[in-house]
Design a protein around this ligand. Sequence first.
Ligand SMILES: [Zn+2]
Length: 248
Amino acid sequence: MVRLPEPTPVPANVHINGTNNHPEEDQNAREEKFSVPALQLQIQDLKHPGATRFLNAVNATDSLTTGTVNLLKLLYHKPSDPETTVPPTSSVTLFLENFPGVAYTVGSGADNNVKEIHFSLPYIAQINPSRIAEEINGVITHELVHCFQYNGHGAAPGGLIEGIADWVRLHCNLSPPHWKQEVTENWDAGYQHTAYFLEFLEQRFGRGTVRRINEKLRGSKYHERDFWIELFGQEVEELFTEYTQSLQ
Ligand SMILES: [Zn+2]
């Protein structure tokens, strides 16, 4: 008999700094369940060391389901929230494949709603064993965000799209140890740099701010000046200056 490894739990409700200022809001979010689309896993080469390590480290069903629910709560709050609209993603397939790099996501189908996450087997093979489940779940969560986020009708800066993905990863307590808040030249440097800027905005303008940013990326084509002024009454460069000053 072959036993499957114990699934690695990912916290469902993570509060940065360990505080929860809106327990009643979370209670409401828990009562309604987001529907998770069809999930599939395809492994190109089961003999690759990365495949073995993946299968020993995580339960793919749990990783994909938990990652999806976590990101939906962060970006859409709850299914009935009139302020947000969950995109019609119909399926997510995780491909474990032999390619250089880490991971990427592509979409196809009507409304671009059939999503494929491609995750590199050589990358998985070299993750530090002490944090392999965390890193796999972190990468999967980041890529899953790309399956369910908006992009300002294709006009939003790539750095904002990547920053939102890593902001979700940050809030799921799946940030890698090398991430730190540091001053960067541009607000849209992307990844964790923009994620921490977004977290600054979330703290400054209140919980749900990143959700509002994502929703505005659904409703209209991204025009930089209008986008930020309509949301916050300030240009993004001004907000970013405030952020970098807060770090000093
Ligand atoms: Zn990405």
